[in-house]
Design a protein around this ligand. Structure first.
Ligand SMILES: [Mn+2]
Length: 381
């Protein structure tokens, strides 16, 4: 049997205010071609299908088109809810969907009831563990005297191993889980699983099954041969500029895991960063290759240039983030009390502009500051 492991689609997510739906649809609809080319029997999606608990209508429609294309290409689909999804909303009509080959594993009560797939060697039990929010999940799993993500996932896996043992020899097994496993590497686009408390789970928690399709971390990574993150299909933060987004193609033979192959995903628009003075960035021929990238730019001009983003976007239409780090500036570290002590409101305001921008206010700006301060005083009086 051949499986495709993916996760963290985050359909509907924006990137620094830019809509990514078209790019998400292009990359993810491409998975239907992978299903055909690689003779994939089932696609496993390990959580965070959507970016939000209540996705937009456009995000839902996009997702339906993608899943329909994958199903039409011949694969079953097994998916779990992640920490960004609403399990209840995602799992609605789960029974009906399952009849059409889309298996929505979103309920804690049924996490040890597998989706049964089959090939020439017999059954493959596919267990989808929905994301387990530690405190509510403790209750749902009737656990007492323990806390944290490790406890609830430990119990989930105990139930799964018990179910699997009851199915007799030779039944192969796959688990989907949305979790932060020890040894995994984070980027800047994952939302923390728990607020306070321990969020890591040891890899050993998942022992006793042939393959574990993990979701949550957005970089593809291998924790053990049978324990992997596929990562997200697109980069969702500049910290992921160096990721090579991929899915895993997992092969099961008669006795279990036979091999895993990495399949690279296309990159709809590259991410890049650049640092320099605005005139360099606008004229330097070397920067031509960045004109088509999503860009995070850092300006080093000693004085913050006017309308910097508007001007930069004329050359770099996909510049989405701008920082200022003036050359040789920014060293003074006054605390608030020292910065205001013995100064008039005018002086404080002028100093503030100077600190932020690296140059004091000009004449026109001074008169604007004056009228602003006077209008506040007028209102107070
Ligand atoms: Mn995620």
């Amino acid at each position: 049997m051949r499986l495709l492991h993916t996760s963290d689609w985050h359909v509907g997510r924006t990137f620094h205010g830019r809509d990514l739906l078209a790019e998400q649809e292009a990359v993810l609809t491409g998975l239907a071609d992978v299903v055909v080319d690689e003779r994939i029997d089932a696609v496993l999606i390990a959580g965070d299908l959507y970016d939000r608990a209540v996705p937009s209508a456009e995000a839902v429609e996009t997702c339906v088109r993608i899943l329909t294309a994958i199903r039409a290409a011949g694969a079953d689909i097994v998916l779990i809810s992640g920490n960004h999804d609403s399990a209840q909303r995602l799992g609605a009509f789960g029974g009906f969907a399952s009849a059409g080959g889309l298996h929505l594993c979103t309920r804690i009560a049924t996490l040890s009831a597998p989706v049964l797939l089959a090939d020439a060697h017999g059954p493959v039990a596919c267990y989808g563990i929905p994301y387990l929010d530690p405190d509510p999940a403790l209750h749902a799993l009737e656990l007492t005297g323990c806390r944290g993500h490790e406890a609830v996932l430990g119990e989930a896996m105990r139930r799964i191993r018990a179910d699997l043992a009851g199915r007799g020899e030779g039944v192969r097994s796959v688990v989907l889980s949305h979790a932060f496993v020890v040894g995994g590497e984070v980027s800047e686009s994952e939302r923390r699983i728990t607020v306070g408390g321990v969020e890591h789970v040891p890899g050993g928690t998942f022992s006793g099954v042939d393959y574990v399709a993990l979701g949550h971390l957005h970089g593809p990574q291998v924790l053990a041969e049978h324990l992997r993150y596929s990562g997200s299909p697109l980069a969702y933060s500049f910290s992921e500029a160096r990721h090579h987004k991929a899915v895993w193609l997992v092969e099961l033979d008669a006795s279990g895991l036979a091999g895993v192959e990495r399949k690279a995903l296309p990159v709809p628009r590259k991410l890049a960063t650049a640092t320099g003075r605005i005139d360099e960035l606008l004229t330097e021929p070397d920067y031509a290759e960045l004109e088509d990238c999503y860009l995070s730019l850092t300006l080093t001009d000693p004085v913050r240039p006017l309308e910097a983003m508007r001007r930069l976007q004329q050359r770099f239409p996909h510049a989405v983030h701008l920082d200022f780090r003036p050359d040789g500036g920014g060293a003074s570290q006054l605390c608030y009390r020292e910065a205001v002590r013995g100064r008039t409101d005018h002086q404080i305001a002028e100093r503030f502009v100077d600190d932020c921008r690296g140059a004091p206010p000009g004449e026109r700006e001074l008169s604007l500051l004056t009228s602003a301060i006077e209008s506040v005083r007028g209102r107070e009086a």
